[in-house]
Design a protein around this ligand. Structure first.
Ligand code: ADP
Length: 239
C-alpha cells in the first residue's frame, strides 16, 4: 500500500551533468503526492523518468508491483498532464475526452456515456461541443485532466498543471483536482515549486532540491518539523 510506486536507484545524466544520483522513493496509493522544490531541482526529470518520457533514466520503476522500467510510454498505464494542456485543437471537447477510448474496442454508446459522466465530473458538460480555442485556461486544463482520467490510469502525473493560470483559478482548480482524486481514487503525483499550493493539495510531500530528496512526509510535518538546514531555510523562505 505504501509502496504503490517504487523508484529504485534512479540515475539521470545529461551529457556530463548528473542531475539525479541514486534516488530512491516510494509513494502511496490513492493519495496526492507533491514533488516540491525550487526550479531546476530535478522534479520534472524524476516525473519524466516515471512516465518513460526520459530516455536518459537508469534505474528501476515498479508500479503496483510491476517493473515498468523497460516499457514504452504508452504501455505504462500512466497519464500525464502538462502546464500547456496539450489538447487537440481541431477536436471538440467531447472528442478530446473520447479520443483514448476510441482506440480501444468499446461501443459507441458506452463511450458516449463515459465521456458525458467524465465531463459532468469536471463541470464541462455544457461545453462538450466547444473547441479548445473557445475555452479559458482553467477550462482547458479541466478537459485535459478529464481526457487523462477517463483512461483510468494507475497513476496520474501533473507537471506544474496550474502555473499558467491566474491566482483565483489556481486555487479553485487545485481544490477540484483534490475532489477528482478522492472521487475516483486515482493515485497522483503533482509537481510544483509553489509551497502554498503544495501544502494545500498534498497528502504526502516529497521535497526535492539539487536532485536529492530532502524530506518526505505529511504537509504539516514538513512544515513544522524540517529535518535539516536546507528544509528549515526553504520552508521559511517561501512564505
Ligand atoms: P525542475 O522540474 O525541478 O524545475 P528539471 O528536472 O526540469 O527541474 O531540471 C533539473 C536539471 O536538469 C536542470 O539543471 C536542467 O537544466 C537539467 N535538464 C533537464 N532536462 C534536460 C535535458 N533534456 N538536457 C539537459 N539538461 C536537462
Amino acid at each position: 500500500m505504501s509502496e504503490f510506486l517504487k523508484i529504485e536507484n534512479l540515475n539521470v545524466t545529461f551529457g556530463k551533468e548528473t542531475v539525479i544520483e541514486n534516488l530512491n522513493l516510494s509513494i502511496p496509493e490513492n493519495a496526492i503526492t507533491v514533488f516540491l522544490g525550487p526550479s531546476g531541482s530535478g522534479k520534472t526529470t524524476v516525473l519524466r523518468s516515471i512516465s518513460g518520457l526520459n530516455r536518459n533514466a537508469q534505474g528501476k520503476i515498479l508500479l503496483d508491483g510491476k517493473d515498468i522500467s523497460e516499457l514504452p510510454v504508452n504501455k505504462r498505464n500512466i497519464g500525464v498532464i502538462f502546464q500547456s494542456y496539450a489538447l487537440f485543437p481541431n477536436m471538440s471537447v467531447f472528442d478530446n475526452v473520447a479520443y483514448g477510448l476510441k482506440a480501444q474496442r468499446i461501443g459507441k454508446a458506452e463511450i458516449k456515456q463515459s465521456v458525458e459522466d467524465m465531463l459532468k465530473l469536471v463541470n464541462m458538460n455544457e461545453k462538450a461541443n466547444s473547441f479548445p480555442d473557445d475555452l479559458s485556461g482553467g477550462q482547458k486544463q479541466r478537459v485535459a485532466i478529464a481526457r487523462s482520467m477517463i483512461m483510468k490510469p494507475k497513476l496520474l502525473l501533473l507537471d506544474e498543471p496550474l502555473s499558467a493560470l491566474d491566482a483565483k483559478i489556481r486555487v479553485e482548480l487545485r481544490e477540484q483536482i483534490k475532489e477528482y482524486q478522492q472521487k475516483l481514487g486515482i493515485t497522483m503525483i503533482f509537481v510544483t515549486h509553489d509551497q502554498a499550493e503544495a501544502m494545500a493539495i498534498a497528502d504526502n510531500v516529497v521535497v526535492i532540491s539539487d536532485g536529492k530528496i530532502q524530506q518526505q512526509g505529511a504537509p504539516w510535518d514538513i512544515y513544522t518539523k524540517p529535518s535539516n538546514e536546507f528544509m528549515a531555510t526553504f520552508i521559511g523562505d517561501h512564505n
